[in-house]
Every structure is written in C-alpha cells, then in structure tokens.
Design a protein around this ligand. Structure first.
Ligand SMILES: [Zn+2]
Length: 1027
C-alpha cells in the first residue's frame, strides 16, 4: 500500500522534471560524513547497540586500556587478512577492537561501524545484541577478550586494569579467630534503593559491621560453637580502574515486577576510597579516584536508550568552543550562586548544622532555631512553601536523618556523621573557599584539586552524535528516568604522558596507522569526487545554426536532439569558463557569441536574459542543473530578428470554432486549432487575426478546466488589453463565434450542450425567393449583435447572392405569420427588441435606418379599409409630407385627404390634425398603421367630438338628462379632456337608448353653450327636435 504511495510520489516528481535533463544523481556511493567540530567519532547504532557503543567509547577513552590493546602486535594476534586461512591462529576479537579503536581515533568519519566487531563476538542478528544489558555486556566483553588473549602478553590485560579484591571477614568475639573469604571483582555492584549516594552505599558495604548476637549467633570453627561475632567486608585490592554498577533495576516483590529506581543518587567526581579499604596506612593519593565515564540509561526497565558522558583524558577532541562559551556562562553562574546560597538545598543546610552538633540528637525545634541563627532565616520563611513542614521534611529523609521514636529529636544517621567528618579531614582535597562551607550535599560538585578546567573536557557520546558538555551536567544524571547506570573511576595517580595529550596517533601500531591513512586518503578522494559530482550541472546548449524562427518561437531545423549539445560543468566555475568551453566545443565560431537563457515553451524555444558577467560563477548567476542556453549572435536567427524576454513570450492558444450546424444546436462539435501569439499582442490584434469578418471572442476563464459557465466575452473595451493582461496563457482556449454561429458551446466532452444567457440565436427565413421556402436557418447572436451582421450571415447561410445585401432587410415575423416592420440595420438585437429565438424574414427592400419609420397605411373610410400598404419615411417628415408620399404610392390625388391613426378596433381613429408636425413629434412609431381618410381636417384649434343623442325610453325630458351629463364641466371645451383620439364613448347607461349623431367640429376655445348649439343642428336636421 505504501509502496504505491511512494511510486506515485516519485512519478510525480519525475514528470515535473520531464524534459529538464537528468534525474537526481545516485547517492549510494556517497562517502560517510566527516567528523563534526568535536573531532571525535561516534559509533553507528546497529539497532539496539547503544549500550555496546557506550561501553566501547568508555574503553576507548581509557587510554591505558587502548594502549595495552594496541601493544599487542600481529606476531601475537595474527592479522585480519589471515583470518580466512584455515591454519592461521588469528585472534579476531582483539584485532577487530584494535581496528575499531584506530578508526574511532583517526578515521575522518562521523560514526564508525561495529559490525565487524559484533560478528567477531559471534553476534549476527540484532536479537543477539539486544539480549544484553550493559553491565552484563561489560563482563561478557571482558571475558571474551580474556579468553581471546590467552597465551599472549595481553592475557592479564583485564586483570591488570580492572581486577580488585574484596575481603569478607567474620571475627569470633570469643576466640578472636578471623574467618576470611576473598572475592574477586571486575566491577562493584552497589545498591541504589534507600541510599543517597555512592559514598553511603560504600559505607554500608565496607564500613558497617554486621553483628551475630542474641538469636542470630555465628558458629565459630575454632570454638566449635555458636558465638557472638562481627562480620565485615573491606576492599583489599583496588584496581586502577574501578567500575561501579548501580542497582537501578530492582524487583518489587509485592507487585511482582521489575522497576527502575529513579531516586536521587549522588556520586562524586573524585572519591577517596580509604575508608572502605582494608589497609589504610598508605598515602592518600593511593586511594583517590576520579570519575571519567558515566553510562546513562534513559527509559524504563524494559527498554530505553544508553549514552555516555566521558571525560576526554588525553584531550583528543575539540572542546574549545564550549570552553569559550563557558567563560561567559560561568561568570554569570558565579554571580548567580552568590544569590543562590541563601536558597541552598535544605538537605545540605540541615546536615551541616547537625554535623556540628556534639549531641547525638537535638530537638527538632532547636534545629529550627539553629537554622535561624546560623543562616539568618527560618524554615517557615525560607523552605516551608516549597518543602513543607520541617518535621515532615526530616521524616521524609530517613536515610539521612534519624528521628527519635516520638519524633521530637533529630540527628544525623551515623554513617553521614562519620563520612562528613572524614571528608572534612581530607583537607588537601578542598579548596580554601570550600573549607568552611557545607561539605556533603547532593547538589554541590565535590571538591576537585584541578586548578583549571584542564582535563575536564567532557563529551556526551550518543551513538553517532558527539557533543561537548560541562562537568556540571553530570549532576543532571543523579536521578530520574534518565540517570547514571554505570560509573567508571580511574586512579588519580595515573598520569598521562605529555606526548599523549591531543595526539590520537599515540601508541597506535604502525600497520593500523597506515591502514587509517590509506582509508582517509580514499575517503578524501571519494568526497572530492562526490563534491564535484554534486556541483556538476548539465547544461543544454542550443546552437542558433540549428534553429529557425517561425510561428512566434524558435524551432530546431533538425530534430530536437540534434540541435542540443549537453555540457557538464562545475557550478563553481565562472561564466567565462563556460564561454571558453563552448568556444572549444564549437571549434569554429565567428563574431560575437551571446549566451542567452532559453526555455522550451509549448510554442517552441523562447529566449530570455543574456548571460552577462564572465567573472561570476555559474552558481552565482543562477544557472541550475538542466538549464537551457541558446548560443547565438544576440540579434537574429536565420535572418529573423528574435524578440526576447518575458514580455515577448509566445502563448499557444486553442482557438475553437463551431464546426457545423445541427438543428437544435445540440450534439454539435467544434473545430480546434492552435495559434501562437506573443503575450504582448493586443486583443484587437487577436480579434482581427482570428475573426477578420467580425464576431466575438470568448475566453475560457479557467484555462484547462473547461466549463461552459466560465466562458467570458471580450468586450470592445477589452480590445486594448494584451493577451497576457487578460490572463490568456498556454493552453487557454478562446472561442470565436461568428455572428451566424447559431449556438454556444459547452466544451465538456466537446459537444454543444448549453446556451448562455447572453448568447443565443435568431431564426431567419427567406422571403425573397419566388417559391415558398421552408428552410429556417439559425444565426448565433448576442443582444449586442448588429442586425446588418445577422443579415449578412443569413444571406451566406441561405446561399443567396451577396448583392442581395443591399436590396434586402430583416423583418420580424409575428406569431400569425405577418411580416412586421423591418429592423434598422444598425440596430442591435437589444435595440430591435427582438426576442431570442424569434423568426426574422429576409425580405426584399431596403431596411429603414434608425431615423426612418416603417409604416403601414391603407386607404379607407370610417367603416371599411382598403388593402394594407407599406412605406418608409423619415421620422422628421411632417404629417403632410407623409400623406403626400402615401397618396403617391396608392395612386390617389387631390387634397381632400387627411391621415388618421388606426384605432383600437382596427378602424380609422384619431386624425393627425397637425399637418405640419413631424411624425416623431406626434409619437408615430415604427410599425404603426395610418389610414388615408377622405375629407378635410378641421381647422387649427378645432376639436372633433362624437355626438351621441340620448333617446329617452321613458317620458322624461331630454333637457334634465342632458343637464346631468354636463354637470361639473367647465365652460372651456378643452377642459372637458376630450381626447383628440378618443373613440366614441360606449353607451352604458341602462334605460337609455343612445343614437350616434356623428361628429362635430368645434374650436377648443368654444364654450359649452356653443357645443350645445352646434350639436343640435345635425340632430335637428335629422330628427326635427330641439334639445
Ligand atoms: Zn571462636
């Protein structure tokens, strides 16, 4: 599963670099990293071998051990080269250890491998390695070495350095007979549980005596009876190197499980072992030991990690950096400790006070009092907050304080008192400043005789990592999950020869020195090779002689491969070096040589900046592996001037056009062609190149992700924008829609499947032909498309003669098939108020301009009209002019005619009485119908009012009703608001019979009385009655 993931990952990367030269270089042969600034070598972790590494480093930094090992020559051990020979006596373990030590001392690598060594132990699997504990390993390793060195001068190597003797004695109280038993040791195991530190543990083991008394008596061999006796143990022989194993891992019998003791367990940098020895009369120096290695276990009891703090006795490593830093840090630390003295650890303070007491125990209250007297502070004020009540605190440290059964008195436990005094007497160990201070405490570094920091170069060796540390850091390992596990002391008397100082070659046998020298030479060589390989870059040189410039970019005249020369060069070389190399490679080159950065783009090769500054390094000018460089004269290629730089980058656009038409516009395909434009091309140029006959360009907003909804129309105001500024990039699509294109594209799956809101089509039917044609064609249009374009496309689509264009017009066809008023050619679809999808008729005759009116007219009377005719007149023409044209067209003559509008029931309605007004002023609109009506118009200022007579169905007087009708009407006729175009009012009153009496003409200025008078006349003439 994860394999797939990685494969995918890799292919992605490979694709990214496709065409960009080589893949990443193989790294297998890369030499190991050199040592870091400490100049010490770590040891690789082979999988759970950190404990081995810690131990090996400890042995390495035991100069006496490694020198003893190195002193064993091939004549005693044989050689590793002979190890495969059947009869050869080869002692592999010491040989491998020698070699490993030589590598750790001399080979310039960050970490050495222990594989050969562990194989010499017969450990082949990780399991075998993990089985061991470091304390156990120490014994196994020593045992293996001893066995392996039997019969050589090194047979006693381990014994010489590590062997000590403990003597156990039982003294019979009666006969004073001493029963004695000796124990050999290579390391001492000391308790941790319930013990405050190493000294206390040693005190318990080698100072305290055990008594056989009362019920527990000892059977004395001399007395041959049960007697009182004392039992004690002493160190009889001290080894030069004392190894201490701490019993951090215990077994909890109640819980029945192993656990790690994480309590505080101090150990001194220097220790005087005299109190624990059988013989105590020698010089103090015989008993002094110095800590030089601390193996640390981090983790729980079923696992964890080991690392080791080691003192670099011979100063082989570089501790300098750390030392300098320390100068500053220690200065500050010194100041801090002055302040910190007040808040000293209470344990130390209390122990100091109690140790000065003559009485074995003092009351706890008195201890508090003495604290106040001696240190100027009370327990409650200084410690209570952090440590709790004094009595409780004393109870919590039973290994140090002895409380009386009632808990009121306290004293130091005997061991502490004695040890304290003993330490105080070792005057020579203390610096004057420490004499008067508290001597024994967990927190303070024990005194050391070294005047300077010389020789206390400590390092933390953690597998392959080596770091300098401060001696004080050791105190961090006194307690906790990460704490000291094995301690290594060396006898202080052991002095190192001056020539060993800082000299890792000291005492290494010649053959190993040679081997390491050779290995280092090989390493250096490999690193140089690798370095050079890592710095080598492949450049692709494109030679101008192999290129032609066409279609907006450079294209190789031969195959791509033949036009490119690969050159590998060190990135640290200069541009001048590169130019020289190119000159040499080309053999013959005339004139200037210009090197330009090039980049293969989809359109072809494009050139960028000229490489300049021959003294600069290739790295410095930013030449990367796989860069393309064009070699030319800097001006032209094959006679064509080449524009360079990002502002002239060629862009390949997909140009889509509708390929053909299908009814309904669905399932339609588009043609796709690639065109190259400079990114600085304006949209205007683009438009005229792609749609010379007009039309619209749409941009697919999201490039490769083609979705119909992302098509955007470039508007007229965009035409000054450039290809780049509107975001057209390589692979972007533009759609060219000629105005006759009938549909719009949803590019998903390449089919035309959708229309957009602002793009649609109109239908056109040919009405010019003689015979009835059924063919409708569809023309794509937006609401901005101009009618002239639609007409032209329609003529082409209908395969009519082009000349027809000037002799035809487009007329909307109404739902019932009537040809409506022609649309002005300069109108847009929107202005013409055409609904998308509506049908237009292509008809003979000129279309009106936008200042002309197309009007219908007919000759008729009030009741019936003749056939409808059409006419085009300027909207600025007067009513009279319009009438004359119409009369002319209808073959009528004379001046007894006037024009009326067609009313709501398709009858002659309101008269256009203002004969000198223009049609526009009178609001005559395109498509209106006018009726030529016989008779003269009323004079100016006259109104024509239809008159209805009310015939009473009852015997009511006419006058009453007539009076009712004119109630509230002012005396001015104009105020009657009788519309000039008003139709005869509908008779609606019930119970009344209305009789249309015809129209009367009356001046607008006339009074209602005048109207009455006039109205009576026609009626009177007809009916002989008066109003
Ligand atoms: Zn006895």
């Amino acid at each position: 599963m994860f394999g797939d993931l990685f494969e995918e990952d890799f292919s992605f990367i490979a694709n990214n670099h496709c065409g960009k030269g080589k893949k990443s270089k193989p790294r297998e042969s890369e030499p190991p990293a050199p040592r870091d600034f400490t100049n010490l070598s770590g040891i690789k972790n082979q999988g759970g071998t950190c404990y081995l590494n810690s131990l090996l480093q400890t042995l390495l930094f035991t100069p006496e051990f490694r020198e003893a090992l190195f002193s064993l020559g091939p004549e005693e051990l044989g050689t590793l080269d002979d190890s495969r020979k059947p009869d050869a006596k080869v002692r592999i373990i010491p040989l491998q250890l020698q070699r490993l030590f030589a590598q750790l001392l001399l080979l310039d690598q960050q970490a050495a491998s222990t594989t050969d060594l562990t194989e010499s132990f017969g450990w082949s699997s990780h399991e075998e390695m993990r089985q061991h504990d470091v304390q156990e390993l120490n014994r196994i390793l020593f045992s293996a070495l001893e066995t392996s060195l039997v019969g050589t001068s090194g047979h006693d190597l381990i014994n010489r350095l590590y062997h000590g003797i403990v003597v156990n004695q039982i003294v019979c109280k009666e006969c004073k007979n001493v029963s004695e038993r000796q124990e050999d040791f290579l390391d001492l195991t000391v308790a941790v549980k319930g013990v405050a530190g190493l000294e206390e543990a040693l005190w318990n083991m080698y100072v305290e005596e055990e008594y056989f008394e009362n019920d527990n008596l000892y059977r004395c061999g001399a007395c041959d009876k049960l007697v009182e006796a004392s039992k004690s143990a002493k160190l009889r022989k001290l080894p030069p190197f004392l190894t201490i194993s701490l019993l951090r891992f215990n077994f909890d019998f109640e819980k029945c499980e192993r656990y790690k003791e994480t309590s505080c367990y101090t150990f001194p940098i220097q220790i005087n072992l005299r109190p624990f020895c059988e013989q105590t009369e020698m010089d103090d120096s015989e008993y002094m030991y110095e800590l030089f290695s601390v193996i640390i276990h981090k983790g729980g009891c079923y696992g964890g990690h080991y690392h080791v703090y080691i003192r670099d006795v011979d100063e082989l490593g570089n501790w300098q950096l750390q030392e300098e830093e320390d100068g500053l840090i220690e200065e500050k630390a010194l100041r801090d400790t002055e302040n910190a003295k007040e808040t000293e650890n209470p344990l130390a303070v209390l122990k100091g006070i109690l140790s000065e007491e003559e009485a074995k125990q003092i009351p706890v209250d008195q201890l508090g009092q003495k604290l106040l007297e001696k240190k100027g502070m009370s327990w409650n004020k200084k410690y209570r907050k952090q440590y709790g009540a004094l009595r409780k605190y004393l109870q919590n440290h039973p290994q140090i304080f002895q409380l009386s059964p009632d808990g009121n008195k306290v004293g130091l436990k005997e061991t502490h008192k004695l040890l304290f005094k003993l330490d105080s007497h070792g005057q020579n160990l203390q610096s004057p400043s420490q004499k008067n201070d508290v001597q024994w405490n967990c927190e303070k570094t024990p005194p050391r005789p070294r005047a300077t920091s010389a020789g206390c170069h400590w390092f933390d060796l953690n597998d392959s990592k080596v770091q300098p540390i401060k001696e004080k850091d050791i105190e961090k390992q006194f307690q906790g999950k990460e704490s000291a596990y094995m301690l290594f002391y060396r006898k202080a008397q052991l002095k190192r020869p001056p020539e060993a100082r800082g000299n890792p070659r000291y005492q290494i046998p010649e053959h190993l020195l040679n081997e390491m020298n050779a290995a280092n030479t090989e390493l250096q060589k490999k690193r140089a090779e690798c370095d050079s390989a890592n710095n080598g870059i492949d450049l692709h040189l494109h030679l101008s002689s192999c290129y032609k410039f066409h279609n907006g970019a450079l294209h190789p005249s031969l195959s791509w491969k033949e036009s490119v020369v690969d050159l590998t060069i060190d990135r640290r070389k200069t541009l001048g070096d590169l130019r020289q190399a190119v000159f040499q490679m080309l053999e013959s080159w005339e004139g200037d040589m210009v090197l330009s950065m090039a980049k293969p783009l989809p359109a072809g090769l494009h050139l960028y900046q000229v490489l300049d500054g021959d003294e600069l390094t290739l790295d410095g000018i930013g030449l990367a592996d796989g860069a393309d460089i064009f070699v030319w004269n800097g001006k032209e290629v094959g006679g064509t001037k080449v524009l360079t730089g990002p502002e002239h980058e060629p862009v390949v656009l997909n140009v889509l056009r509708l390929a053909e038409h299908n009814e309904g516009g669905k399932g339609q395909h588009f043609s796709e062609a690639q065109h190259v434009f400079s990114c600085s091309t304006s949209l205007g140029q683009l438009h005229s190149a792609l749609a010379p006959a007009g039309g619209i360009i749409l941009k697919n907003g999201s490039g490769a992700d083609r979705e119909a909804k992302n098509w955007e129309v470039f508007h007229e105001e965009d035409m000054k924008e450039t290809v780049r500024s509107v975001g057209l990039r390589d692979g972007c699509s533009v759609l060219i829609l000629d105005s006759h294109d009938q549909s719009f594209v949803n590019v998903a799956s390449g089919n035309l499947t959708a229309f957009t809101y602002d793009i649609s089509w109109l239908q056109v039917k040919n009405f010019c032909g003689v015979e009835e044609e059924e063919k409708h064609i569809k023309i794509t249009a937006t609401i901005e498309t101009v009618m002239a374009d639609i007409k032209m496309k329609a003529i082409r689509e209908l395969q009519l003669e082009e000349e027809l264009a000037s002799e035809s017009c487009l007329r909307p066809v109404s739902g019932n098939g009537k040809l409506l008023s022609p649309v002005p050619e300069d109108y847009t679809v929107k202005e013409a108020e055409l609904k998308m999808g509506s049908l237009l008729g292509l008809c003979r005759g000129k279309a009106p301009t936008s200042t002309q009116l197309f009007l219908y007219f007919m000759v008729g009377s009030d009741q019936n009209c003749g056939p409808e005719m059409e006419i085009v007149v300027e909207e600025t023409a007067s009513v009279r002019e319009c009438l004359n044209l119409m009369l002319e067209k209808s073959g009528l003559s004379g001046d007894n005619w006037h024009l009326r509008r067609l009313d709501w029931c398709y009858e002659a309605g309101e008269a256009l009485s203002q004969e000198n007004a223009t049609l526009k002023e009178l609001n005559v609109c395109r498509g209106d119908t006018l009726v030529i009506t016989e008779g003269k118009l009323p004079g100016k200022g006259f109104l024509e009012i239809p008159i209805w007579w009310l015939k009473p169905s009852s015997h009511k007087k006419h006058g009453e009703n007539a009076q009712d009708q004119v109630n509230g009407i002012t005396w001015k006729m104009e105020a009657l608001q009788v519309s000039a175009a008003a139709a005869p009012p509908e008779p609606t009153r019930l119970g009344l019979d209305l009789c249309y009496a015809g129209r009367i003409e009356i001046a607008g200025e006339a009074s209602l009385e005048d109207l009455k008078m006039q109205s009576v006349v026609p009626w009177h003439l007809c009916h002989g009655h008066w109003l």
